[in-house]
Design a protein around this ligand. Structure first.
Ligand code: PXG
Length: 463
């Protein structure tokens, strides 16, 4: 890998970072004490840090670098677009070539009649758009009481006021006065932890029927939409039982509410199809996209509307009083378009579906046999391990999150980026990961599990 070492010494950068940078989702006192690991370059699935270590990034950044690092085609497109038209807006009767081409491409790639995109800078603001959009949709149809949105416990939809309220993360709701009114959360389809004695199929139906109960409790005339991730990502790669989505779809069809599929993580190949909606048989009225749309090379996201929803905006809704300065940013749009060209022309999604995805599934299942692992689950190129002191009994640790943190630190120390969510270890590697690189992930993860188990035994947290 090319290595450009023209940066200050690591300790100097860490000191400046500690003095002047407030990190997202980070305990500031903690990072200021240890110092941030400073990432300086990337190629394929590998990152390099400021000390020259090469790290295998099995999280694709934050679930987003689908085509891998270092694709110069995207840099070239960005440079060209910046010279041609670095910025212009899409408010007030104007548009520009990159955003038009991108909207057309998204319409072609997305399933069903999802055909019209409202652009944002990422997933959080796209989901905030969705809140205003579904409420204005129903108001435009003469049903202004339909405002309530049903979401799920342990869902993740972003960090803005609206999107964090849609999310069902208790730790987020504990800060900053969330959730905003008009949103409620139903149970998640998390069989491993919450399924009890039910089979996964029985539990999937039960979890889905919580939606029907909540619609009944609120009154259908008051409900605008249901939002969910096809597979929960940040919640810990919760792959729903096979019965879950068909029943959710049936309930949405039986009631007059909109279905929003938040595909910020599952979109653009992550589950082995272009969209999780295809993998799980979902027909969304609105789809949230971001992350893999540009493989993270530029900040861009959007809300993709079905013909039914788009028609109301085209015919009845008047002016939608909503927009971001950077909605449909030309450089981000051009880069996203080039990313989609690469995903498409290089057959990357097909490779995940037919070759590397099945290979990862086979090797991941081997980790499932480790005595520290209660369950190994996977959907395409996103996967989780449940750490447990009693793997056969699906038992949680008494103090949650300790084992996961220890394991994460062992991974990090062996140059593997694998995230922990409580005691779930999760990966979501670049879709271009090779079989040889998958072998490295498995080997390092296995070693980290061994070391974690040894530590837990020394600390008396496991017998
Ligand atoms: N929806 C989903 C399903 C997401 O996963 C968002 C919306 C928000 O997108 P933006 O682009 O505003 O961040 C996300 C983001 C993690 C982690 O640690 C996950 C996300 C973001 C940051 C960290 O798992 N998901």
């Amino acid at each position: 890998m090319d290595h450009i070492a023209n940066h200050p010494a690591t300790a100097d950068m860490q000191a400046a970072d500690a003095a002047h940078h407030l990190h997202p989702f980070t305990d500031t006192a903690g990072i200021n004490e240890t110092g941030a690991r400073i990432i300086t370059s990337g190629k394929g699935v590998m990152l390099r840090d400021s000390e020259g270590a090469e790290i295998l990034d099995a999280m694709a950044g934050l679930w987003c670098v689908n085509i891998g690092y270092g694709r110069n085609e995207l840099a070239d497109v960005a440079s060209r677009q910046m010279r041609e038209l670095p910025y212009y807006n899409t408010f007030f009767q104007t548009s520009h070539p990159p955003v038009i081409a991108l909207a057309e491409k998204i319409a072609a790639l997305t399933p069903g009649d999802l055909n019209r995109t409202f652009f944002s800078c990422g997933g959080s603001d796209a989901n905030d758009t969705n809140i205003r959009l579904v409420r204005h949709y129903w108001a435009s149809l003469g049903k202004p009481s339909k405002t309530h949105i049903i979401a799920r416990q342990n869902g993740y939809h972003g960090s803005a006021m609206g999107s964090a309220s849609l999310g069902g993360m208790a730790a987020m709701h504990a800060q900053g006065g969330l959730p905003i009114p008009g949103i409620s959360h139903i149970a998640q389809p998390y069989w491993y932890a919450e399924g009890g004695e039910l089979s996964p199929e029985e539990f999937g139906l039960q979890a889905a029927r919580a939606l029907a109960d909540e619609i009944e409790r609120l009154g259908e005339d008051n409900v605008a939409a249901f939002i969910a991730e096809p597979v929960q990502g940040a919640g810990g790669v919760i792959v729903p039982p096979s019965t879950y989505w068909p029943e959710i779809q049936r309930i949405c069809d039986a009631h007059e509410i909109l279905l929003i599929a938040d595909e910020v993580i599952t979109g653009f190949g992550r589950t082995g199809a272009w969209f999780g909606s295809e993998t799980y048989g979902i027909r969304p009225d609105i789809m949230t996209i971001a992350k893999g749309l540009s493989s993270g090379y530029q900040p861009i996201g959007g809300s993709v509307l079905s013909e039914k929803v788009a028609a109301v905006f085209a015919e009845k809704a008047g002016e939608f009083n909503h927009g971001y300065t950077y909605s449909g940013h030309p450089v981000a749009a051009a880069v996203a378009l080039e990313n989609l060209r690469i995903l498409d022309e290089e057959g990357i999604v097909d490779t995940v579906a037919t070759d590397t995805g099945p290979y990862l599934a086979k090797r991941w299942a081997e980790l499932g046999a480790h005595p520290l692992v209660g369950e190994a689950r996977i959907s395409g190129m996103m996967a989780a391990l449940e750490l447990s002191p009693d793997a056969a009994g699906r038992k949680p640790f008494e103090e949650g999150g300790v084992a996961g943190l220890i394991c994460r630190d062992h991974c990090f120390a062996s140059n593997l980026i694998m995230r922990h969510v409580g005691d779930k270890m999760i990966i979501s590697p670049p879709l271009v990961i090779s079989k040889a690189e998958i072998d490295i992930v498995i080997e390092r993860a296995h070693k980290a599990l061994d070391l974690t188990m040894a530590d837990l035994k020394v600390q008396g947290l496991m017998r």
